[in-house]
Ligand binder design. Structure first.
Ligand code: PPY
Length: 497
């Protein structure tokens, strides 16, 4: 067994050992390959890096990326110098705010989770989760687009019983939503995505596991209940062997659908996340460009995105079909032409999504794209929606069951919800997600009844007026719950020290 003293001597670029979860690793040769850059590792050279490592990496990231001969074995725990984590005044205030959270029973809607999360989450986590691309126009449009769709309810239908259960890719769901993939779950809560797995089981909804989860893939699959359905969101690696391994492992573990992300050949500019980085680090340090070529001025997301293959193209889909029998869905389709191509290439569906407004600013909302996809796929391929063989999904901006119902009326099979669940567990742990799902169920029941639709099949296109959906400038009532959560973007500011 190694001693802490011995490890501490390897604290340079020439010989760099770190401790993670009680084990020592020689990362000297890995320094320049670390997707997050070498500087952050060097900060912990010779020390215990667990606390820095945990929120960002799945537990097996280090063991699966380092050759076995670099795993140097356990360290005697008593000999390791404790890394002092200083509680800043800001952190103290945050913890005080945490104590003052309202009771869960006082949380009435998904907006409430967001506003409480904003107050009680660590700044870094809030900046990463809430940030969006450029001027953040698309993130707002995602929500606003639903305000341009109005209902045409039907009356005098027997709505004593309302059943809003449905199926997604042939699998049962208690309502036509799924928990969509969002990265770095442990930034908001120590249990990370496990909060979502557990709540999804309780409420009979499907969770899409992200490639960049903080928990390991196996941990999330192991935590599922027998029969619980999970999908996988995939970032395609430049090294296709890695992707093949991930995909085939997922299939062997019973994953029921592969959602290939196609809207992120490069990560969007999320300035709130970037600014947080400037504030969090010594400005002199951040402004230097790293000798390893990774620009650490770019916030949490960009630092770890270099593995994603910008060369991914339509020609690759055949290969995916050759390596898996899971249904393939393209996530991030943004116009009918690409939806049509996906259909022609035998995909099982598409997610009409702009990545929560985090990629191309001024990309249109998923729900607007949905309407044009339905029109053109009907016209050009004679498809009817919802369609079992080629399913349309939408995500982005959804905060109410009415939003979901509008998308269903327009032809979507189901709607993905991401940030609201992150906010729910960041503020309240798994119980927060349970409550968020319960709120949606309550909203579904009431709104289906008021719409005159006893089942999801009864939610038909005639129940909505979407005639203004494409008009990007129309007067809509302002949504104060959403707007107060929306943070006004900041300009660059003068130095304070
Ligand atoms: C996002 O932040 O929008 C993501 O999809 C996750 C992510 C995080 C870091 C690198 C690439 C993608």
């Amino acid at each position: 067994m190694l001693s802490g003293k011995e490890v501490a001597q390897h604290n340079t670029r020439e010989s760099c050992w770190i401790i993670v979860h009680g084990k020592v690793y020689d990362v000297t040769e890995f320094l320049d390959d670390h997707p997050g850059g070498s500087r952050i590792i060097l900060k912990y050279a010779g020390k215990d890096a667990t606390q820095e490592y945990d929120p960002i990496h799945p537990p097996d990231a280090i063991t699966s990326n380092l050759p076995i001969e670099k795993h140097l074995g356990p360290v005697e725990p008593d000999t390791v110098e404790k890394v002092e984590v200083q509680i800043t005044d800001e952190e103290k205030l945050r913890l005080e705010r945490m104590e003052k959270r309202p009771l869960l029973s006082e949380i009435l809607n998904l907006h409430d989770f967001e506003s409480i999360a904003k107050l009680v989450m660590p700044d870094k986590a809030w900046a990463y989760y809430s940030s969006a691309a450029d001027d953040e126009i698309t993130i707002r449009e995602n929500h606003a687009a639903y305000h341009r769709i109005w209902f045409r309810p039907r009356i005098l239908r027997d709505v004593t019983k309302v059943d809003f259960s449905s199926t997604i890719l042939g699998h049962k769901t208690s309502m036509p939503i799924y928990i969509t993939a969002t990265a770095l779950g442990k930034l908001g809560h120590p249990d990370g995505e496990l909060n979502l797995t557990r709540a999804a089981a309780k409420h009979g909804v499907i969770q899409m596991i992200p490639t960049l989860a903080s928990c390991s893939f196996d941990e999330l699959v192991d935590a599922a209940q027998p029969g619980q359905v999970q999908f996988l969101q995939l970032y395609v690696n430049k090294d296709r062997e890695i992707t093949k391994r991930i995909v085939q492992h997922a299939e062997s573990r019973g994953i029921k659908g592969l959602f290939i992300t196609v809207d992120a050949p490069q990560l969007g500019r999320r300035e709130k996340d970037m600014r947080q980085k400037f504030e969090a680090e010594d400005p002199a340090e951040v402004s230097k460009s790293g000798s390893d070529g990774v620009d650490r001025t770019q916030g949490a997301a960009r630092a770890i995105s270099s593995f994603i293959d910008p060369g991914l193209n339509w020609g690759d889909l055949k290969w995916f079909k050759s390596i898996t029998k899971m249904p393939l869905i393209l996530k991030g389709v943004q116009c009918w032409e690409d939806a049509l191509e996906a259909y022609d290439q035998g995909m099982a569906g598409v997610v009409l999504s702009n990545h929560g407004g985090r990629q191309l600013d001024f990309a249109r909302s998923g729900v607007e794209v949905l309407a044009e996809c339905v029109t053109h796929l009907k016209e050009k391929r004679g498809l009817k929606f919802p369609n079992e063989k080629f399913q349309l999904f939408v995500d982005g901006g959804v905060r109410r069951a009415t939003d979901v119902i509008k998308a269903i009326a327009l032809g979507a099979t189901a709607v993905g919800i991401g940030r609201p669940f992150l906010y729910s567990y960041s503020a309240y742990g798994q119980e927060g997600v349970d409550q968020a799902l319960q709120i949606l169920r309550d909203e579904f029941e009431m709104n289906m009844r008021l719409l005159g639709a006893p089942t999801i099949k009864d939610v038909v296109p005639e129940m909505v007026d979407a005639s203004n959906l494409n008009s990007h400038i129309v007067a809509v009532p302002s949504d104060s719950l959403f707007n107060t959560n929306y943070e006004v973007m900041q300009h660059a500011m003068l130095k304070t020290k």
